[in-house]
Design a protein around this ligand. Structure first.
Ligand code: 5GP
Ligand code: ZN
Length: 114
């Protein structure tokens, strides 16, 4: 799937609605449509890369900034103190559904490993 058909590219370009939590020139964060916890936000680079195998296509500063935004979002939504998980589902066995790299920021309840 290329950028043209990618739903997260459409969300970033605001051609599709989402509940925006944070945005800047490089990174965009929005609520997961099927949140599995009180806080469940997806943090994506504006630039389309499918998965971790393509992360080298992002400028280093953007790759780092994804994690900074995950932390910013956690702070904004009040889960820094309680803690939260940052998760990437990468590929089939991990259940990746959308092939635009994204961090899940999940919190607001006790979390376990799968
Ligand atoms: P993953 O690819 O990491 O397994 O999961 C993709 C995530 O994107 C899922 O948690 C799913 O609920 C979310 N998602 C899929 N389509 C949409 C959408 O159109 N809008 C939003 N906000 N989230 C979506
Ligand atoms: Zn995309």
């Amino acid at each position: 799937m290329d950028e043209k058909d990618c739903i997260f590219c459409k969300i970033v370009r605001k051609e599709m609605d989402s509940k925006v939590v944070y945005e800047d020139d490089e990174v965009f964060a929005f609520e997961d449509i099927n949140g599995r916890a009180p806080v469940h936000v997806l943090v994506v680079p504006r630039q389309h890369v499918a998965n971790l195998e393509e992360i080298g296509e992002l400028p280093d500063a953007v790759a780092k900034h994804l994690f900074e935004v995950a932390s910013t979002v956690a702070e904004q939504l009040g889960v820094t103190e309680g803690g939260y998980a940052v998760r990437i589902n990468n590929g089939r066995d991990a259940g990746q559904e959308v092939f635009h790299l994204h961090l899940h920021v999940i919190g607001g309840k006790k979390l376990g490993m799968p």
